[in-house]
Design a protein around this ligand. Sequence first.
Ligand code: NAP
Length: 516
Amino acid sequence: MSQLQSYLSGTWVSGTGPGTALVNPMTDDTLATADSEGLDLGAALEHARTKGGSALRSMTFAERGAALKALSGAIHEHREALIDIGIANAGNTRGDAKFDIDGATGTLAAYAHFAKSLPEGRGFLSDGDTIQLSRSPHFQGQHVCVPRHGVAVHINAFNFPAWGMMEKAACALLAGMPILEKPGTPTAMMAERIAHIIVESGILPEGSFSFLVGGPADLLDHVSAQDCVAFTGSSGTAKLLRAHHAFVERGARLNAEADSLNAAVLGPDVNDDCDAFDMFLREMSREMTQKAGQKCTAVRRILVPEGKLEEVGEALVDALARVRVGDPAESETRMGPLTNAAQLKSVREGLEKLQPVTKVLCGGDTSPFDRGPFQMPTLLQAETGEAAPVHADEVFGPVATLVPYDGSVNHAAQLVSSGGGGLLATLYSDDRKFSTELALALAPWSGRVYMGSSKVAEHGMGPGLVLPSMTHGGPGRAGGGEELGGVRGLQFYMQRTALQGFRTLINTAFAAPPAP
Ligand code: NAP
């Protein structure tokens, strides 16, 4: 058993407390402990600001992009060892662990590519065109974005220890901000291994990478005005963070990615003989069971036209029965256990809340296994579309509820919106009018709308895939934040400043260089 280490102020250190045990969910063996007690987090943030910030800002976008590419390669070299850690410490199947690790290296590589579109030889971005501000053309304005002079503090959820960490890191480092990464404690082994790879690679300048394992301790108390905190986790923790004086009084920036009752809508035109229906079945089954449903983008509510409820329920139960559940270390396994006993307890409590308004079509609160925190794929059916608990509680496991709707755009949009705002809404239809109207009706409530149809049945990448070129985040209960989206993802880490002055100065020093 090892004690995981933090990398702070350029040194590997361990907390002084007993720490939290990180377990193998299949055996309940403790694999490592993680602890942050007694660590000087104020000094660590100051080291990052002074050493790391100035070092990164002295690099061009192209140099930072090259560093991201090198990091992607360095992590990829350790892919097999990282997969083993995901299997042991998170109950990941091999496929789940690859999804996480390849997501991390793929996002780093994508941002290395985006760096090529950024201006050479300057450390800031011009935002938009120059604007004539007075009657005379002499006085003009230009918006620019410069890197903030603080630390990007990244607080991540337990479910994507690799991808969650590196997607935030890619944006901040390319923008020119040093990072401090804090993974979710239960699965921090993979993140810690990646931290060692990053430090040993020597790719990043001193101070630009810090890493904290164990609880957050007094981290936020040391966050100051130029710092940015990007948080991913539950809406309960997001609520706590929002009230912290680092944001309320000192004006540090906070981006929150929280939980989400993601919905999918099956259009009334989709019958069981069309490709869109096969796509729906395939993707719903995968979204429910990949990472044992512990994905922020996993589908929780599946809206089906009233008259098709029985037929769709049967088809989806059949598809879920084909997902082989078992020991994640076995290559045939397609879904492993939940990450730990605490997650199983939380899922079972969620099922209890749904029980009064739903019936169980498959799965439920029993498991055929005598060890491991297994939750079998569980499909519920709501009595009515308006069953309130279905739209109120995220059950963070392989659980979704079929929800009847009357087949209209209005009813579908009204039900989806009762989830209070989500990361992702999915629709399946070959009817262009229905798809267009529903996508626009869902958009105010959704960070992303994925439109499945027979035309893209062979091309869609699945709604759960978070692409670096598209934004990730959602309104309302999903946290109200936004990440990624190509170069847009840098803006959180930069200050947009309106510069006003003499035309020649504005045009020569600050306006966007002409396109090559
Ligand atoms: P969580 O309990 O909210 O924890 C998230 C992170 O916050 C962890 O690193 C945790 O540290 C830290 N934390 C807890 N209390 C804190 C405090 N008072 N101050 C500062 N940091 C604090 O969430 P989780 O159980 O890890 O993750 C599951 C949830 O995340 C689900 O609800 C899921 O929907 C959501 N999620 C959302 C997205 C998205 O992109 N929107 C992505 C993935 C997951 P410790 O682990 O040390 O307690």
